[in-house]
Design a protein around this ligand. Structure first.
Ligand SMILES: C[S@@+](CC[C@H](N)C(=O)[O-])C[C@H]1O[C@@H](n2cnc3c(N)ncnc32)[C@H](O)[C@@H]1O
Length: 277
């Protein structure tokens, strides 16, 4: 387990993932009854962009640094930026939130959040930052085992974010089998899988398998600021959303063109499509 998210905090992939996350949280808040939010691979709550890791990769320069001072962003991006500004009260960009922090800001008192994180120091930091709140629990355990242990939730509605570090070559296949099993436990739950796009072939093979095996409505959205044949970078990233909330696709249609125009370098692209309908 060598993965360190500090290198990628605030990158264009984090920006995209967290904007989709904010859209999902806002969708679940449209109904008054409580929802459950579960992260299998939580990461930290807060990243210092002045750390040696962030300064070495400088990935945030092509991500959040290009948006932080925006004054006329679409409403979804405004909600996302408001959370980041809360962490940077002096008005200069220094800290970038992790997904648990975004969720904490948007959860209501009667909603519930459960976070699994295996790395000891990340777990300790996350617990210190978040766990004093009654409706949040942080567990130091394998997130995939958590899918078996904690689903279905008593709230009956909500969503799971599966955002592993992709250190294992067969991670996508393993996600698919965990997803199939988790859907047997909780068929109406929303499941969100983040995936990197380095090489198109394994991603397309994964999406074909999802199409063949998952019988629930599934939305896929992808985003990149680079041409797809770029060799030196992660060329893009995507999110697979099983049982997406109503009109999430429309919300993304209203938002991603603007995001691409602000972050684009050359030949970036985005996509929003139903894989299973
Ligand atoms: C990509 S990062 C999460 C980023 C976070 N979701 C965000 O968007 O801010 C993946 C995290 O999973 C943790 N991790 C790795 N294997 C794990 C496992 N089997 N179960 C739970 N956490 C794991 C890593 O330590 C790392 O902090």
């Amino acid at each position: 387990m060598n993965y360190r998210h500090e290198f990628h905090a605030g990158s264009f992939t984090d920006v995209f993932k967290h904007i989709v996350l904010v859209a999902l949280l806002e969708s679940f808040k449209k109904k008054e009854n409580p929802f459950f939010y579960f992260e299998t691979h939580a990461g930290n709550g807060k990243y210092d962009l002045a750390s040696s890791e962030a300064q070495k990769s400088k990935e945030f320069l092509n991500g959040i640094a290009k948006l932080f001072s925006e004054k006329n962003a679409p409403p979804l991006i405004e909600s996302y930026l408001a959370i980041i500004r809360k962490l940077n009260r002096l008005g200069t960009l220094r800290f970038y939130p992790g997904s648990p922090y975004f969720a904490k800001q948007l959860l209501r008192e009667h909603d519930r959040m459960l976070l699994c994180e295996l790395q000891p120091q990340v777990f300790a930091d996350l617990k210190k930052l978040l766990a004093r709140t009654e409706n949040i629990s942080v567990k130091r355990q394998d997130g995939y085992a958590g899918l078996k242990e904690f689903l279905p939730p008593k709230e009956r509605r909500g969503f799971v974010l599966i955002d592993p570090p992709y250190e294992k070559p067969d991670e996508l296949n393993s996600i698919l089998s965990h997803l199939e099993e988790a859907l047997e436990r909780w068929e109406t739950g929303t499941f969100v899988v983040w995936y990197p796009i380095k090489n198109r072939h394994p991603v397309d093979a994964f999406l074909r398998k999802v199409q063949a095996k998952i019988k629930r409505e599934t939305l896929v959205t992808e985003f990149s600021i680079y041409p797809s044949d770029i060799q030196t970078h992660l060329s893009g990233n995507g999110m697979l959303i099983v049982n997406p909330p109503w009109q999430l696709d429309q919300k993304l249609e209203e938002t991603l063109p603007w995001l691409l125009s602000r972050l684009n370098q050359a030949k970036g692209r985005f996509e929003i499509k139903f894989l299973v309908k």
